[in-house]
Design a protein around this ligand. Structure first.
Ligand code: HEM
Length: 543
């Protein structure tokens, strides 16, 4: 382990003091300051040479693990990772670098990363020894401000405690009662899109049937997590400029400056970065203020109604509050987590589904037939849709599983080794960053066969395939991860996704506004079409 830089400063000061006092001929220009500075700089240079050149190239115990070609001698594979969307290089390496479950690559200044590629390695990290592989501290410091320090960032026994208290809110017996909310909001979204393509929004505007679908998806999922998760309707679907929705879009849309700040965070203390007078810092601190005050308001209102003895609902907030295990501040943090984790992820899944249906019109047609044949029209205000109605739609479920296989909304996540450990028998030192990459594993040809990258919902059809897609292990599909830290909202999100998609595809025929446009993918925490998704909508009669 490298000595702390503070120690260098201290020994430079002490040595310089004695040199100036007792051996001044060796002092730089007779100055205490210059002697100390030179000593400090020299030690930093030695350290940098060790960390950037000697250790990764000649000493690291990980150096013999298969490594992709093309690394820069100082910057490792970083230039490629900076150019391409998150998960893209890993998606290529998992095929091109022969490996037995581990691939090593390096990022800026040759810092090592270990990409896990085999089900056995995934089982070790995610299930058998999951608390040995913790979330990196940078995650907590960076994302914690927006996501809240709640269940997503808790570790060890504290994580177990929080998960146990929150699980009842996500039990299927409870989720099944939320389908009516999911369907009502799906209806609201379809009616809203229908109105927007019929009526121009301003007198000067021509009617257009081209809609930026990402904004609708985001507003619908925000309303759903608000109503079904936290007991409040944010009415984002009523208002394209809804402040909370815009706030989350700002946070989760990564621009060049945001990426540069993210990278700088690897070298410069985060507290210092936050002081820089750049627009991104201002945007983030305004966003966090609004999100926090919304969450405080939700907690206070709910606490008051509990104290008045009013009947509480079974939304996540009520369950968490009634558990008695969280202070108001903890609850605010949990709400921040649920709002962020449960909103943009499902919205991005829905965007990908619409993109894939536009580029695969035969799948769109087949799905529409199934939906129209089994569900009441989304335009029928009084129609009820139950969990059984939705869960019995085999093709709908195949389409959503396949969409999230090919384009998992969370492309990549990180762990950090809490102590020296082993992985597949390989020694891995403390503080090594482990990369779990659904974007790569979900379409690995080794795991899924030669057609792994092809979008084909049929692979989820047929006996025994509805839950596996024909894959031989659970760990071939990492969209929600697995084990004690898997997504707690998986059933919630799959149910809302199914309702939203069924309602849209049942009512509209869709095609891309510009099919020739090359798909660009945003480089944020969630992967989605960059700049939104422009789709031509045509309302179809009869449903
Ligand atoms: C398609 C939609 C979704 C996807 C793809 C998704 C994916 C994920 C992934 C990959 C993780 C693990 C992150 C990590 O540990 O590094 C996670 C965790 C989590 N998700 Fe989701 N998620 C989705 C929807 C939701 C929803 C709707 C909610 C809430 C209602 C939610 C709440 C959470 C929470 C609280 C965690 C942390 C669990 C823990 O650490 O115990 N997610 N999600």
């Amino acid at each position: 382990m490298a000595p702390p830089k503070k120690l260098f400063l201290l020994d430079s000061v002490i040595i310089s003091f004695f040199v100036n006092r007792y051996a001044s001929t060796y002092s730089l220009g007779g100055s205490f300051f210059w002697t100390a500075s030179a000593l400090y700089t020299f030690q930093l240079l030695v350290l940098a040479t060790y960390e950037i050149i000697l250790y990764p190239h000649f000493l690291s115990p990980l150096r013999h693990i298969p490594t992709p070609p093309g690394a820069n001698i100082l910057l490792g594979h970083f230039p490629r990772m900076f150019r391409e969307p998150t998960g893209f290089p890993q998606r290529e390496w998992i095929e091109s670098v022969p490996n037995d479950g581990l691939i090593r690559y390096t990022t800026l200044w040759n810092e090592e990363r270990l990409l896990i590629t085999s089900p056995k390695a995934m089982a070790e990290v995610l299930v058998h020894r999951n608390y040995d592989f913790i979330k990196p501290i940078r995650f907590r410091e960076g994302l914690g401000r927006v996501l809240g320090i709640g269940i997503l960032l808790a570790e060890g026994d504290e994580h177990k405690r929080q998960r146990k208290l929150l699980m009842p809110a996500f039990a299927f017996r409870h989720i099944k009662d939320l389908y009516s909310v999911f369907w009502a909001k799906s209806r609201e979204m379809v009616v809203g899109i229908d109105d927007s393509i019929k009526k121009p929004t301003a007198p000067s505007e021509k009617t257009s049937n081209v809609v930026e679908f990402g904004n609708w998806a985001s507003r619908a999922t925000l309303d759903i997590i608000g109503l079904a998760g936290l007991g409040r309707d944010f009415h984002a679907l009523d208002d394209p400029d809804n402040e909370l929705n815009q706030t989350y879009r700002t946070i989760f849309t990564s621009n060049r400056l945001a990426r540069i700040m993210q990278i700088l965070g690897n070298f410069i203390p985060i507290w210092f970065l936050r002081l820089l007078p750049v627009k991104r810092n201002e945007e983030l601190s305004n966003a966090i203020k609004l999100i926090k005050s919304t969450c405080w308001d939700l907690v206070r209102t709910k606490r008051q109604s509990v104290e008045k003895g009013e009947r509480t609902e079974h939304d996540i907030l009520s369950v968490a509050l009634e558990s008695g295990g969280f202070s108001d501040e903890d609850l605010v943090n949990q709400l921040m987590t649920f709002l962020a984790a449960g909103h943009e992820t499902t919205a991005s899944a829905l965007m990908w589904a619409i993109y894939l249906l536009c580029t695969n019109p035969d799948v769109q047609e087949k799905l529409r037939e199934e939906v129209r044949g089994a569900l009441p029209s989304v335009m029928d205000k009084d129609a009820k849709v139950s969990s059984t109605d939705i869960d019995h739609l085999a093709y709908l479920n195949a389409v959503i599983n396949e969409t999230m296989r090919v384009y998992p909304p969370v492309p990549l996540t990180l762990r950090n080794t809490a102590q020296d450990t082993t992985l597949l028998g390989q020694f891995v030192p403390k503080d090594t960053i482990i990369i779990i990459c659904p974007w790569a594993v979900n379409v690995s040809e080794k795991l899924w066969g030669a057609d792994a990258k092809v979008f084909d919902p049929e692979r989820w059809m047929g006996p025994g395939k509805a839950n596996s897609g024909g894959a031989s292990s659970n760990f071939d599909y990492l969209t929600f991860l697995h084990g004690p830290r898997s997504c707690i909202g998986k059933d919630f999100s799959k149910a809302e996704f199914a309702c939203l998609l069924a309602a849209v595809v049942g009512h509209f025929e869709m095609e891309l506004d510009n099919p020739a446009l090359k798909l660009d993918i945003s480089n944020g925490v969630t992967a989605k079409p960059k700049g939104g998704l422009l789709v031509k909508f045509k309302a179809l009669e009869g449903w």
